[in-house]
Design a protein around this ligand. Structure first.
Ligand code: CA
Ligand code: CA
Length: 721
């Protein structure tokens, strides 16, 4: 067993995920955490007489070793670390929905205080790619922004959806960090500076990410899943009915490799092997875990794992001695082994009994052999699977059809499908009623997103009266664009929107790409270039046409800008295209965007007007209050009363205005998100350098309020003509 080497009980609540340890004076590690009512507390057990004066920090009335930092706004993210390497001490970074504060606790001054329109849902501090100075990188409303210690934003880009988690990790093992971004659209994106190099699709919102070592990192989802990736491949994952509040990599058993430490919503902390996910340590708190961090909190040269609960309970654990070989669980390794082996024995005995019973049944009724009533299926039985698209009819919506069939008169009793992102809970069982049993089974599938999905199938095959079944296991891949049915071109409904580009590939290679990414009917015979193929979306019946000319010029017609981006990205990775410039036009979408940009302008000016009104009202309140107090001192109760009535009305007005400002701000954020998404989409229509150029140029155009340039960039990929 591993016992805490220290425990503390602070009299402050701790907001989940907002805990950090920093050496704000360069020497003493202090715990900082966001607490209720827009405050951050800094616990400094080392120097009793450290004085923090005005303006931001004051001494906690509850504890002598706690200072409070007033943020006056709900804190949305918090971290600490080296922001300016020349200083030799750490900065404390606190983000809210509107601002980012980089605080110099030692000097009691701001490094910087920046307005961040896109909000700060997540923060990470460290070096990124070739950018030499450390950056405080925040993720908000579809945007990523990185600041140096002077508050210059050296890094900005957009991403597909609202950011929930960030981590820095050397994903491709080149000695430089990439940025991992977990977002609301279930994607983990890997940014090499401002370029996306990899995207992994998960099954829920990615709430936490943490680097482990090398290219390995941990992740947590909003549905209670935690796990470990190595590069783009998932190593293991487990799912709990509780929520993972905080994850952190720490070598708790001193074997030189970090474990994934998870703090759970039910107060449990566990450490899992990075390789297997096996639990090697656990402990329980009486309330949910708010944060898991590390630091040399006793200042004896040894790092401790520090776990904090939302109720302010803090425990520090020292890594176990190397000889313990790492398992701190109550059960010994032998007991686990015995349990595992007896389970195996049970399973084997069960299997043996099944075989014996089958053999017996066969012997007792040899005449039945012909119709296979014995339950044993012929040795040459094969299982076929086929995928096709069905445009649907009055009774059934359009769908992808998986057909499973056996090669003889055996029947399919049930099919179990495991696949991510298609079914609720990742699995689906098809179990036909007894009277409709047959040797083939059609299963409708409707993948919600255009991503390739592995279907892991377990098919139970036998005879009608069988009590035991043979299980066939196999995996089929559902291609990325399986929700599009090949249809004949219909010039009347051909989309006006398009992307146009040229690739140096033979048409035959494009045909191979088509056949790997779409479910083409078996008899499809695509001739050499030039050719045109048209598809109908099974989701909304919209058209998609892909034309290729002899010259290698490709035109894709679709009104769905995301689909156009997916097709370009899919081709780029299939043909290993590094840079691709693309001409595009999405008239309807761009018109919508133009409206959004006007709204953003409107909300900005309303915001300014409301802020000015609020300042006026605050001044008015001050003067009315002074006059009311004067009246009181003069014992002029009548005037005093009327002044206070006035004050009461003013206060009501202010509250109303506050509500209006809140709504205005929410609307503004929604519209800014749409703008960022549009930039990201325009980027995704290009590959490599042209993609980055589009994103940077779009942002410059917006900064300079040059809307015509913005649309020009989105169309042709560059600002200059
Ligand atoms: Ca790297
Ligand atoms: Ca370890």
């Amino acid at each position: 067993m591993l016992l805490p080497v220290f425990t503390l009980k602070l009299r402050h609540k701790i907001c989940p995920r907002m805990v950090a340890v920093g050496r704000y004076d360069g020497t003493h590690p202090c715990l900082a955490a966001a607490t209720q009512a827009g405050k951050v507390f800094i616990h400094n057990p080392h120097t009793k007489s450290q004085h923090f004066g005005a303006p931001r920090v004051f001494q906690s009335p509850l504890e002598s070793d706690v200072s409070l930092l007033n943020i006056n706004q709900a804190v949305s993210c918090l971290t600490a670390g080296v922001l300016n390497p020349e200083l030799g001490y750490d900065a404390l970074l606190v983000g809210t929905q509107t601002n980012l504060l980089a605080y110099n606790v030692y000097n009691n001054s701001d490094f910087f205080y920046r307005e961040v329109a896109e909000g700060a849902n997540a923060i990470v501090l460290g070096t990124l790619g070739d950018i030499s100075s450390p950056l405080a990188i925040i993720g908000g409303n579809c945007a990523l922004q990185g600041f140096d210690h002077e508050g210059n934003d050296l890094f900005w880009t957009v991403t597909g959806d609202n950011v929930h988690s960030l981590a820095l990790c050397d994903f491709d093992s080149d000695g430089k960090n990439e940025l991992l971004v977990g977002s609301e659209d279930f994607d983990i994106r890997v940014f090499k500076e401002d370029m996306i190099v990899t995207e992994m699709t998960e099954t829920e919102v990615i709430t936490n990410l943490c680097p482990m070592y090398g290219s390995r990192f941990g992740y947590a989802l909003s549905n209670g899943t935690v796990g470990v990736y190595d590069k783009a491949a998932r190593y293991w994952r487990v799912k709990s009915k509780n929520h993972a509040m905080s994850i952190h990599a720490f070598d708790l058993n001193s074997d030189g490799v970090c474990e994934l430490i998870t703090g759970w919503s039910n107060g449990k902390v566990d450490a899992r092997s990075d390789r297997t996910g096996e639990v090697i340590f656990k402990d329980n708190f009486s309330s949910a875990i708010a944060g898991v961090v590390e630091g040399d909190y006793r200042m004896d040269g040894h790092m401790q794992l520090i776990c904090c609960s939302v109720d302010g309970e803090i425990r520090g654990y020292l890594p176990g001695a190397a000889e313990t070989r790492g398992n701190f669980m109550d059960n010994s390794v032998e007991q686990d082994m015995i349990r595992e082996l007896s389970q195996k024995k049970q399973n084997l005995l069960l299997e043996l009994r099944n075989y014996e019973e089958n053999a017996k049944a066969e012997q007792s009724s040899p005449l039945n052999e012909a119709d296979g009533q014995g339950g044993i299926i012929p040795a040459n039985t094969k299982l076929h699977t086929a995928l096709s698209v069905s445009l649907g009819n009055e009774t059934q919506a359009a769908h992808v059809e998986l057909c499973v069939s056996t090669s003889n008169d055996t029947i399919i009793r049930a099919v179990l499908i495991f696949a991510e992102g298609i079914f609720l809970g990742e699995s689906h069982v098809v179990h036909p009623s007894t009277h409709s049993l047959s040797s083939s089974l059609r299963i409708p599938l409707t993948p919600p997103k255009d991503v390739p999905v592995d279907l892991h199938l377990k098919t139970f095959v036998g005879y009608r009266s069988s009590t035991q079944f043979h299980v066939f296991e196999l995996t089929r891949q559902l291609p990325r664009f399986s929700m599009y049915a090949l249809t004949s071109p219909d010039p009347a409904s051909q989309p006006l929107s398009y992307v146009n580009f040229t690739i140096a590939e033979r048409a035959q290679r494009v045909v191979i790409w088509l056949s790997q990414n779409f479910l083409l009917p078996e008899d499809t015979d695509i001739q050499n270039a030039p050719f045109q193929v048209c598809f109908t979306s099974l989701r909304n019946s919209s058209q998609l046409c892909i034309k290729i000319k002899l010259s290698g010029e490709i035109t894709v017609n679709t009104d769905d800008i995301d689909l156009a981006g997916d097709i370009i990205q899919s081709m780029a990775s299939f043909f290993a295209i590094e840079d691709l410039q693309v001409e595009a036009d999405f008239p309807v979408y761009f018109e919508e965007l133009r409206k959004v940009l006007f709204k953003v302008d409107e909300y900005h000016s309303v915001h300014q007007k409301l802020s000015a009104d609020m300042a006026d009202n605050s001044n008015l309140i001050r003067s009315v209050l002074v006059r009311a107090e004067d009246a009181r001192l003069m014992r002029d109760m009548k005037t005093m009363k009327s002044r206070y009535m006035e004050l009461y009305d003013l206060n009501k007005d202010l509250l109303n205005e506050y509500k209006i400002r809140c709504n205005n701000h929410t609307e503004l954020l929604e519209n800014l998100k749409a703008v960022n998404q549009a930039i990201q989409r325009a980027g995704r229509l290009r590959v490599g350098k042209p993609k980055n150029q589009v994103i940077t140029a779009c942002r410059d155009a917006i900064r300079n309020n040059n809307i015509n340039t913005l649309f020009r960039i989105m169309r042709v990929g560059t600002a200059s003509s």
